[in-house]
Design a protein around this ligand. Structure first.
Ligand code: GAP
Length: 454
């Protein structure tokens, strides 16, 4: 019996083989904590981003977006508390030179200052700030010090008044942003789970003090349902509430949504009640009045509380790969040892929506298939493949999670019909060419994860 357990090794191997994720600067031996997204990876990433953006902005009337710069005034990070608090406890082994996060090694090793890898002596624990520093301008000294942002959230807080006033927003309202963030992580194992350069999808929701707990519950609910819409196996998700020792310096309350990755349950996204910490601090450090004036309530002034939903885009991509991955026995034509690897992505996020495949290259089938592809690509991301046996071509598409394979055969030439193969059921339906786009659109809209066959 084949072992069909989903492991990180299998995910890493598929990701490279099929062009989802490559090691950064691989030909030079790679760079730890950095990864490149290949042709399938960028499509998947863009589609997750679009799915999240639609969910947060298009489907919520009171949320609008921004795109702030990665480089910000250095005072921002003093106000936010990152200069002082955004640290990890670090220890090094003097013998084998391995570097550890002190909170991630067995306590008995830490107490005995003994390396868990080689038994060598560990250094004293020291605080290590995770922010990357660089300099702005030609002189490399402290006067030009800037940081690569470690979270996108601060770009939203410093623009609170700009957005509120320019778009005449009334509280409660939210601001969404997707963008790169950088952290000099001490330990970057587990593929793209924890990297030094990554992308976040964050939304900051500004509310009246006293209503924050209600809105916190609302957003917990919304974010949980998002994963249901994305077609994730909900049995692999759970909540983790932060205990007093885990709460970030800004948080009044915080929950993580955790996903069961091959290496166990790990944080996927955080929902935080950040109180009025952020805007109070920016008001104090910038000297600018960041109070909201409630014109509907006798010009009442207050510093809003913030409910934050903070998801990792690249971490969500890893979750989707792990959740969608299946090695399935097909036993085609009575061959008991016939298996396929398939990615059961929600069709809304699959890198390619439809592949167009002529049964044969000859007899005008390839030309007809190209013509159909040209029509379909106006509406969908498509692929075209005429190389090799049709069964092999289906398997190639299964491996990158293409939900629909449109096959052009001899009957297509005669009566203008094509077949559409469903990735999950492998069943084929014949339909006439003018109905193709509408059929695919309807299938995407009605997609339910339950349609998976195992
Ligand atoms: N603004 C709040 C904030 O940044 P966080 O819990 O530090 O909170 C939020 O990060 C999310 O960003 C995490 O749940 C995770 O999905 C993602 N994330 C954080 N650090 C990451 C890293 N080094 N690599 C990949 N994703 C990361």
């Amino acid at each position: 019996m084949a072992d069909t357990t989903v492991t990180m090794d299998k995910i890493v191997s598929l990701a490279k083989r099929r062009g989802f994720v490559f090691q950064s600067s691989e030909i030079y031996g790679g760079l730890s904590g950095a990864w490149d997204y290949g042709p399938q990876g960028i499509e998947l990433k863009n589609r997750i981003a679009h799915f999240w953006w639609k969910e947060m902005t298009q489907l919520h009337d009171n949320i609008i977006g921004i795109d702030a710069a990665i480089l910000m005034h250095p005072r921002v990070w003093e106000a936010s508390g990152h200069v002082e608090n955004f640290t990890d406890p670090l220890v090094d082994c003097k013998k084998c030179k391995t570097r550890f996060r002190a909170d991630q090694i067995p306590p008995e090793n830490l107490a005995a200052r003994k390396c868990p890898e080689c038994g060598g002596e560990l250094t004293e624990t020291r605080k290590f700030n995770l922010m990357f520093k660089t300099t702005l301008g030609p002189v490399e000294d402290e006067s030009g010090l800037v940081y690569l942002r470690p979270e996108t959230a601060q770009g939203i807080y410093v623009n609170f008044k700009n957005v509120q006033q320019s778009s005449r927003m009334k509280i409660p309202f939210g601001i969404a942003q997707i963008g790169k963030a950088f952290r000099n992580e001490i330990v970057t194992k587990n593929f793209i789970f924890r990297t030094c350069e990554f992308e976040q999808m964050e939304m900051q929701f500004f509310v009246k003090p006293g209503t924050d707990e209600e809105w916190f519950e609302y957003w917990r609910d919304q974010r949980w349902n998002y994963y249901r819409k994305l077609g994730i196996d909900m049995n692999k998700l759970r909540w983790h509430r932060h205990g007093p020792d885990e709460l970030a310096h800004y948080a009044k309350d915080a929950y993580d949504i955790e996903f069961e990755f091959p290496m166990g349950f790990k944080e996927l996204e955080g929902v935080h009640n950040r109180s009025n910490y952020d805007l109070s601090r920016h008001q104090q450090y910038s000297g600018k009045d960041l109070q909201y004036i409630d014109q509907d309530n006798g010009n009442e002034r207050y510093i809003p509380f913030i409910i934050e939903t903070s998801a990792g885009l690249t971490r969500q991509l890893l979750m989707l790969l792990c959740d969608a991955y299946e090695e399935q026995k097909v036993a085609d034509k009575g061959n008991e040892d016939d298996w396929r690897t398939v990615l059961h992505f929600h069709p809304d996020v699959a890198p390619i929506t439809a592949a167009v495949l002529p049964l044969m290259k000859k007899d005008g089938l390839a030309e007809l298939a190209q013509d159909i592809r040209a029509e379909l690509k106006e509406d969908f991301v498509t692929d075209y493949d005429q190389a090799g046996a049709i069964g092999r071509r289906y398997r190639r598409q299964d491996e990158i999670g293409t939900p629909f394979c449109v096959t052009i055969d001899y009957q297509s030439k005669e009566d203008g019909t094509v077949t559409v193969r469903d990735r999950d059921t492998m069943l084929q339906e014949r339909l006439s060419r003018p109905h193709l786009s509408e059929y695919i659109r309807a299938k995407i809209k009605s997609y339910k994860r339950a349609e998976r066959i195992s």
